[in-house]
Design a protein around this ligand. Structure first.
Ligand code: MLT
Length: 367
């Protein structure tokens, strides 16, 4: 039996994939796999039994995946599985901000008396908004979500520009009507709306700060459905007060964002749709199943893709340092000095013998 611990609430769709030989529970001892959404694993005591973690979502800043690599624990995410849900929230965010809908709805709900209809007509002038058609959207980060946002914004009549230093040729081809700049500042300077879609790393902490904001257009609307840490909220507030920034829509609000004029705080709902939760759960469960049953790795954030078709009766895998070698290797990749190798043989593997081999950190007999 393979034990899978659920560190967050995850759609029951995982049970369609992880059935028969799997036990999936919130409190389970000696888990071989963990399913996680936003639970912070940085403080979590890692069980010695843990082989892999699947994040039902894209962002992995809640997982110490570099440290896990050293221990021979593979971390997966589910790229693209919730991209449509996040995209829809970003489009809604642009409209909420451009039409001042949050303030307007709050105002309307506070009206009293029998003449509400009259008051509505009299007071609505204070909420005149702007349209998004014809405006320029700058997309920072053109991964699965950023690309969907860009293409939908084009369909809504916006001009779309973007920046992503890691853009593949295939992604570029998909974005043929989007102007891609090689300098992020060019996007910053030209955009009426800026939408953030990069992962949060220690290098881009508070990327959006007073200095960058000073280069933006007056009245810019900033949408952050990526991670709160990408933005210096105090600088945003100062820029809202000065009129430089018209609105900041954030799906990762902290105490500084709540009830603050010009800030629309959404409680991390980007991926919170039934469809996205099911999609992420299914993809995460498939990644775990494939890794447990074949040793194959794909969609990992701390190892490259390593896959091999079954050619022999027996298979084992090892994590090892760079010196590891064996004539039984059928697939192998290196990630930051840690080698992951799939070995095959016509005779059965012995786990202890594998572990005793030069440079081996961890070994597993698959079948
Ligand atoms: C993501 O990184 O994909 C989202 O934060 C997922 C989630 O809401 O759990």
């Amino acid at each position: 039996m393979i034990n899978v611990i659920k560190l967050n609430k995850i759609s029951d769709k995982v049970l369609d994939i992880l059935k028969d030989n799997y036990k999936v529970e919130e409190n389970i001892a000696n888990p071989e796999a963990a399913l996680v959404r936003s639970f912070s694993m940085h403080e979590w005591e890692v069980p010695a039994s843990l082989l892999c973690v699947a994040r039902a979502g894209a962002g992995v800043n809640n997982i110490p995946f570099d440290a896990y690599r050293e221990k021979g624990i593979v971390v997966f995410n589910t790229p693209g599985a919730n991209a449509n849900a996040v995209k829809e929230l970003v489009i809604a965010s642009m409209l909420l901000a451009a039409r001042n809908l949050v303030g307007a709805i709050k105002w309307a709900n506070a009206l009293t008396g029998d003449d509400v209809a009259k008051q509505v007509e009299k007071g609505k002038g204070q909420f005149v908004g702007t349209e998004i058609m014809g405006k320029t959207l700058g997309v920072l980060g053109l991964g699965a979500i950023g690309r969907k946002v860009a293409l939908t914004a084009l369909a809504l009549g916006m001009k779309v520009i973007g920046f992503d230093p890691f853009l593949s040729d295939a992604a570029k081809a998909e974005l043929k009507d989007v102007t891609i700049y090689s300098d992020m500042k060019d996007v910053i300077k030209e955009s009426d709306f800026i939408s953030l879609h990069m992962p949060y790393t220690k290098e881009n902490k508070e990327l959006i700060n007073a200095s960058l904001i000073s280069e933006m257009k007056d009245g810019v609307i900033i949408i952050n459905a990526a991670r709160g840490e990408l933005v210096n909220v105090s600088d945003i507030k100062a820029a809202i007060n000065s009129g430089k920034v018209r609105s900041y829509v954030v799906d990762f609000p902290d105490a500084n964002c709540i009830n603050s004029d010009g800030i629309i705080a959404i409680p991390h709902l980007g991926a919170s749709t039934e469809e996205a939760e099911d999609n992420c759960a299914i993809m995460a469960a498939e990644e775990i199943k494939e890794f447990i049953e074949t040793g194959n790795i794909y969609n990992s954030v701390n190892f490259p893709t390593v896959k091999a078709e079954k050619r022999s009766a027996h298979r084992a895998t090892v994590f090892a340092n760079a010196s590891f070698n064996s004539p039984q290797i059928v697939a192998k990749a290196d990630s930051k000095g840690i080698v992951y190798a799939i070995l095959e043989s016509d005779t059965a593997f012995d786990k202890s013998a594998l572990e005793a081999m030069d440079g081996v950190i961890r070994a597993r007999v698959i079948y």
